[in-house]
Design a protein around this ligand. Sequence first.
Ligand code: ISL
Ligand code: CA
Length: 554
Amino acid sequence: MNKKWWKEAVVYQIYPRSFKDSNNDGIGDLRGIIEKIDYLDQLGVDAVWLNPVYQSPNDDNGYDISDYRAIMDEFGTMEDLEELMDLLHERDIKLIMDLVLNHSSDEHQWFKESRQSKDNPYRDYYIWKDGKNGGPPNNWKSFFGGSTWKYDEQTGQYYLHLFSPKQPDLNWENPEVREDIYKMINWWLEKGVDGFRLDVINLISKDQRFPDGAKNGQEGYKYFANGPRVHEFIQEMAAKTYNNYDAMTVGETPFVDKDEALKFVKEERQEFSMVIPFEHLEFDRKEGWNKITDWDLTELKNLMSEWQYKLQANNGWTSLYFCNHDQPRIVSRYGDDGKYRKESAKMLGTMLHTLRGTPFIYQGEEIGMTNISFESLDDFDDIETRGYIKELQQEEKMSEAEILKIANYRTRDNARTPMHWNDSKYAGFSEVKPWLKMNRNYPEVNVKNDLAAADSVFEYYKKMIALRKKYPVFAYGEYDILLAKDQNIYAYQRQGKENNLLVLLNFSENEAKYNLTAELEVESAELILNNYQNKADFKLQDSLRPYEARVYLY
Ligand code: ISL
Ligand code: CA
């Protein structure tokens, strides 16, 4: 196994808008992050990934970029970003930037030109088509509701937008677009950033026939996800930009299974260091956004195992995550955000830090932040949620109360409420009313409390990160599942050069018995991590307490 800094790293994701507001305008900013570098250092993370901080009209909170080489006014200046980068580097923390290359803002100079006329030099920077039978060119459905096509009066054609109409898709078929993008990426690399998270990067190559999708357009993704030229484009970009640096790259890849993933991350192919998988976060939404589905731990175990085995056998790598700015909080989904909040937060964290891959922590996860419960549909800010609410009201005629229930469970706002630093009004995030409502439990769940308590989620995370640094088996050990059929316990081994790990995770709120005598021949092992105070001796046959996590070294 080739050693790489990013295989040993733990990444901390910051959503700048909601991390820390330094100038009290209610919006988090770069100087706010600078104020909290000590905190990141204390936790022990190796890299910080910032969600987009570029100039943007904020139709989708920065994922609609109007200038890739300028900083959003609300977040600060380029000097602030450079200072942040230098200060992180002084502490050996890398800086990973978000790159949104599938689309830009409609307020980007390129699009302003492009929509002017059919013979404008920038026309082919975007995807323009004539309508069909008085409607859009095909039936593809946008991620945020409605058609993916918008009619533009000026030239009488439609442009493609997989996301909001203010996020027109760039035309990667055009070599000039690609070259302009590569120049921009190199400009950031020259500045000294250490890598990139590449937004929906597997959507950049569209089937040029633009066929209708089955199921009334729901399956349009078959023609724009993992498209015909996607690997050609990525290999070209990699060779001309980040592969000439010691950079880490993580491709965000919806609609990708383990086989598809391998094409992006097999080391010899030189595309990405790792991808962001989605399948492990889809169990509770198999029947769509507006229905919470029951699921079984064995499904999660099977899926994780498939990825783990496939990637380790083929020299591939992955990111490990449960939370990000698009996902509801994991304790409220796969854990318990009531009685066992702390135990389950630690147990889920243990899984992320002991599988083979690079763990990503999303701000607030390290203190066990939970989902929100907004009281009015007007409180939601997320463009995706607002799209669904409209659909449920107009097409499904669902009642307000039902919509509120599902929106609170599903909304991306769950991740985006301001970070809880202490128990003061607005939780130490700001002194004025923040841009998005707070989660009401901040007087209990906050950094100040966690730093003061020995059994806090924060202290546990700190310990996990330190262990990962101490024992290479955390990063490089071979994965092997144990107790594969158990419905409550996820158990596995990691086999390394010097040591092995045994990981036992109880996903249920009840005590769960296990018997490893048929699968393991280990006489003694040291308990190096446990989320309960009364420590358990090593036994091949024993039981785990509710949401208990144990990691043994032998
Ligand atoms: O968030 C989702 C599910 O709740 C996805 O549909 C999401 O839109 C998709 O994963 C792509 O996400 C990325 O690109 C979007 C942006 O809104 C997300 O914040 C970003 O992570 C468009 O740039
Ligand atoms: Ca601010």
